[in-house]
Each structure stands twice: as C-alpha cells, then as structure tokens.
Write a protein that binds this ligand. Structure first.
Ligand code: F6R
Length: 606
C-alpha cells in the first residue's frame, strides 16, 4: 500500500520526482525516499515523515540526475523507520529498488542471502529484491537477465522498479497483483503506481499487466512477458482527467474541495453514455443472482444499491463485504458480481472478483481510476469519470457510484416495466436538476453546518441512524466521522436501536438521524419513533431533514434542514451534508483530514 514513481529524462528530475511522490502520497505516507543515478553512482535519500517533511530533512530536491525512482510508504513489514523506508540499495550499491506489495517468500530468500553473506539493513520484505538482483547480475553480467532472474525467485505481489548503474539510461520495472503504469511524455517517460503520479506531465499512459516487465528510457520503452521474454504490444490510452482537478483550488483540504466538487461529479455521472449503463443493466437482467461487493465505503454504496434493486426491481441482490465474499458466496456460471471500487486496486475486492471468476460467473465493476487492475479484470466496466479523489476518505467517488447505481437500476426498471416511460422521464428530470440544487445547498448551508459542528466537538460518541436506504447512508456517514475525527461513531438501522444499543443513550452520546421527506410515510414514521426513543432517555439528537418537516423540528435538538428534493436523490443530499459535518468536526479538532492516521487511499494488501 505504497506509491512508486520513476522518471527518465534528459534533464534533472529530482523536483518532478518529488512532486510525483507528493501526488501519490495518499497511497501511503509514513516515510518516503528517492534514488537518483548520476555519473554511475546511485544516491539514496530517505526518511520517515510526509514527502514535504522528508524533503526538508533530506533536501531531496537538491539531488542531481536525469533518472530516478521514488517511493512513498505505508508500513506493512517492518516498522516506520528510516532503514525500512525505500529505496533499498543492494550491498555493493549497484542497484536500487522500490517495491509495492508483499514478497510472501521473503523469509526463505532472506535466509539464503544471509547465508551468502548479505547484510540486511532493513526489516522489510522488499530489500531481498535488491540483493537478489545484484547476486544474479554477478552471474550473468546482464541487468535485464538479472532482473528476470530476481523476479522469478519472488512470490507474492509486486510493483517493483529498479535503477542500476550498469544501465544508467533505463528503469526496469514489473508488476504482479499490484499496479504499475507507464506515462509517455515528450523526451521523458514515467512509471507510477497510478496515473496521479504523472498526470501533471503527460496524459498518455500504458498499463502493465500481471507478469509484464518493462524497460523504460527517456524516449523508448519495451514491454515483455517475464516467463517468455516475448515482447508484448500495447496501445497507449489517453487520460481524460483534467490536471486542475488534482489541485486544491483554494480549499483548505482536498476533502472539502471534493465535497464541493460533487455537483460537478453528479454531472459527470449523468454524462456517462446511456449505452454503457444499458450494457450493465442487460448483464444484470440476464443474471440469475447478482452479487454486489465493495469494502469500507464502497460496501455501503453496495447496500444503497441493494435498497434500490429491492425498491425499483423487486429483486433481492446479496451484498457482501469484499473481504468476506469467499466465505459465504456460492455462485454459478449464471450469476454475476458487480464490484464497486474507487481506486480499482483494492485487494479484497480483487480477490472477490477472482473468486467469482473461478465459478465462471460474469463480472462487472464501477471504477474511478483508469487503467486500474479492477477495470481490466472484469467483463464489463463503467468508468465513473469523477476525476482524481485525493483525500484518503472517499466522498465524491462514493456519491458518484450511488448515482450510477441509481441510473443502472432505473434502466432495468424501465425495460422490465416496473416503471413507465413517463416515470423514467420524471426520474431523469430530477437527476438532471440535482447538481444545481446540490451546489446551492452546499453554498447556502456550509456556514450553518460549520457552526453546528463547532458546538459538537466535545462529543466523543456518535450514533448515526437511518431507515431503509437511509440506513447505509447512516453507516457511511458514521464511517466518515470515525475516519476524519477519530471519534467513536456507530451507524445502524434506526429500528435496530431498541434491540440493545439504546442502553448506551445518555447525555454523553449524540445521535444523528437521517430523516426522510415526510411524504415517505413509512420510513418517516419509523425514523421519528427512533428519535422519540432517544429523546425519552435524555439523549441529544441532531437531524438532517427536509423543508416543511414540522414534526422533526419539534423533536430534534439541532437540525440541518435541506430543500425539498425528489425522493430519489434525498438520501444523497443528506449524505453530502453529513460529509460536510464530519469535515468541520475534524477541522475544529485539528485532525489530519486529508491523510487520517493509520489509513491509506488504496488498500492493495490483504
Ligand atoms: C473510506 C474509504 C475506504 C474505501 C475502501 C475501498 O472513506 O475510502 O473505506 O472505500 O478502502 O476502496 P476502493 O473504493 O478504492 O476500492
């Protein structure tokens, strides 16, 4: 769960390499480092801390050289120390390596290398690769051959990149179950764990597949298969994201920017070609069982999908957290799996897809990052087009996924005549109006939400409640609160409360309730009962409500009252405002909002 980057150019690369690491920092950020090659000498500088902190300590931008590799780490094997950070050098300093993934057989390899006299400087699994390649080179005197020999010794997952003073014009890199992409520039080429690593410099990219390796110079590249050594032909693709979307654009945090991006994100989701939505809709119709998977936020997105399927298609779709999928799912070739993933790299979700494929089930995914592993593993993919989501916690990507699921479901509903053509048109009219309403609501309510959040920062325990489709919205909102504020927050169905959790209610716990519009009578009635239950036990209740909801107004201690919108988009509007609420609580608590402690954006490990 780290970021790898590399640049080969005819000019000095240190500044751009550092900048590239900054753009990948959201993948992991406990330490980082660069290796730069000049005059047949590899210089490695690394340390613990964020990219900017390490730069301040190690003066990374002062490094001179036209070729280099870099790494930003999120520790798995070996603690957060300077020695464990990457790049790692081989014993005779002939090779420097950076690695993302886990070499599962590293212990055996380490013992073997130690027996040969290698002194390890770190506790990582990665360091073995530097020594393996140096030892192989001693035998064959050929960097490419030594690289392949080292790759053939390691098991597990890797995105790996190597610098060697024997071949000072090339970066050697390879991947297996961990992403690696080439960026093709003018007179310089790039490698990175994902396109954010070079988006600022080029929008032309090539994705490496598992078991590919590449040799990259400033103006050429060769991609080959590790086992056969045969050249692999691949067409570059063009990245359609605007580089400006990777900037904070005047906002204090990416999270805030990404919350405010959502009206635009909604437009992008609504622009996805209808034929693509129909393609997925058709696959779902033809499937016997359609499983939905995601993990963390995307699990809650999948549960939103479950409610939509039930509501509009009268169809139950099983939703399973990706990490548990293989434990309970029993598929056949007539079934399908729909995976939701922002990064397209989440290990657990990739494993769920593999598992479904092992039954010959069809697979589809909703993914944000182009060229990502999941986007290439599945039979059908819908690219969200939400633009880069830099903040570690997901806001706009999850929001877009929900809108896309909504579009897919109403597409099936129309074909299967659960809704009429007129209803379909009304739904789309409401969806198309939504970005404008959302934008106005964000602008008008932001100050008010900020004030309410400020009053709440002393609260250490939160309950988030919702009924029906507002239940996964409550779960997701509780997760947001945990992630950014580090406060204890629990989400649950409002009706579940009285079955145990009610015992916790006192004046120290605050409850947040997602109240549906009053015309959603059944849901609304049940939600109000839960509010009463909490109030009757002396609890404090915050609520997200809609205009003209007098009953809630009388019950709630604090409310964030939103404009009346169509019931299709009402839960989404409340979710966005809850994101804002968590953001402001975290802001006043002085949290590291864009990079909360212990978290990384792409969880590419088990
Ligand atoms: C929470 C969050 C995570 C991710 C989860 C899946 O804010 O971002 O829970 O949703 O790690 O990641 P993706 O969507 O990249 O598969």
């Amino acid at each position: 769960m780290c970021g790898i980057s590399g640049i080969v150019s005819s000019e000095n690369i240190a500044k751009d390499l550092l900048n590239s690491l900054r753009c990948l920092e959201y993948r992991g950020y406990d330490s980082c480092g660069l290796a730069v090659l000049k005059d047949k000498k590899i210089i490695v500088r690394k340390n613990i801390g964020t990219v900017d902190e390490v730069n301040a300590k190690e003066r990374l931008t002062h490094l001179m050289g036209n070729i280099g590799i870099g790494h930003t780490r999120w520790a798995t094997h070996g603690g957060v120390t300077k020695e464990n950070s990457h790049p790692h050098l081989s014993m005779n300093n002939q090779f420097a390596i950076v690695h993302n993934g886990i070499f599962s057989n590293y212990q055996e390899l380490k013992e073997e290398l130690v027996d040969k006299g290698v002194k390890f400087l770190s506790l990582t699994d990665s360091e073995v690769f530097a020594h393996l390649i140096e030892h192989a080179y001693e035998v064959c005197q050929d960097v490419e051959k030594a690289f392949i020999a080292a790759l053939q010794r390691v098991e597990g997952s890797y995105g790996v990149a190597v610098l060697s003073y024997h071949e000072p014009q090339y970066i050697f890199c390879a991947k297996k179950d961990s992403p690696l992409i080439l960026g093709l520039g003018e007179g310089r080429n790039f490698i990175a764990s994902d396109i954010n690593g070079f988006l600022e410099y080029t929008n032309k990219a090539i994705t490496l597949d598992d078991d590919d390796y590449a040799i990259v110079s400033k103006d050429k590249y060769w991609i080959k298969n590790i086992a056969t050594g045969q050249k692999v032909r691949k067409k570059p693709f063009t990245i359609e994201w605007d580089v400006e979307t990777t900037k904070k654009g005047g906002y204090r945090h990416y999270m805030l920017k990404e919350i405010f991006d959502q009206p635009h994100t909604a437009k992008q989701a609504l622009k996805i070609e209808r034929s693509r939505i129909q393609g997925l809709a058709q696959m779902i119709q033809q499937s016997q069982n359609c499983y939905l998977v995601g993990v963390g936020t995307t699990y809650y997105v999948a549960i939103v999908g479950q409610y939509l399927f039930a509501q509009f298609l009268h169809r139950h779709v099983p939703v399973i957290s990706s990490d548990e999928f293989h434990q309970t799912a029993i598929l056949s070739e007539n079934d399908m799996l729909l995976a939701i993933s922002q990064s397209g790299e989440t290990y657990d979700t990739k494993m769920a897809i593999n598992y479904a494929q092992s039954f010959d089930a069809k697979t589809a995914a909703i993914v944000n990052v182009m060229g990502s592993s999941i986007s290439m593993m599945v039979d059908q993919v819908i690219m969200q087009g939400s633009g880069p989501e830099i903040c570690v916690v997901s806001t706009k990507a999850a929001f877009s996924q929900m809108l896309i699921l909504l579009r897919v479901v109403i597409e099936v509903a129309r074909v299967q005549k659960y809704i009429t053509d007129d209803e379909y048109t009304v739904f789309y009219e409401n969806l198309n109006d939504f970005p404008t309403i959302l934008e106005a609501t964000l602008n008008e309510q932001s100050g008010f939400v900020r004030n309410i959040a400020r009053e709440a920062i002393h609260v250490h325990n939160w309950l988030f409640l919702g009924c029906g489709v507002y239940f996964p919205i409550a779960m997701e909102s509780a997760l947001k609160m945990k992630e950014v504020s580090y406060m204890h927050a629990e989400g649950m169905p409002a009706g579940f409360l009285k079955h145990g959790t009610l015992a916790m209610i006192d004046d120290k716990i605050n409850t947040v309730v997602f109240v549906p519009p009053p015309d959603q009578k059944e849901l609304y009635g049940r939600t109000l009962v839960a509010i009463e239950e909490v109030k009757a036990r002396g609890g404090t209740v915050f609520g997200f409500t809609f205009d003209e909801d007098k009953k809630s107004e009388q019950l709630l201690d604090r409310m964030i009252c939103l404009p009346k919108v169509h019931y299709l988009v009402a839960p989404l509007l409340e979710m966005v405002m809850a994101q804002l609420f968590s953001y402001y609580v975290a802001l006043d608590l002085g949290r590291n909002i864009d990079k909360p402690r212990n978290l990384a954006k792409s969880v590419t490990v088990a």
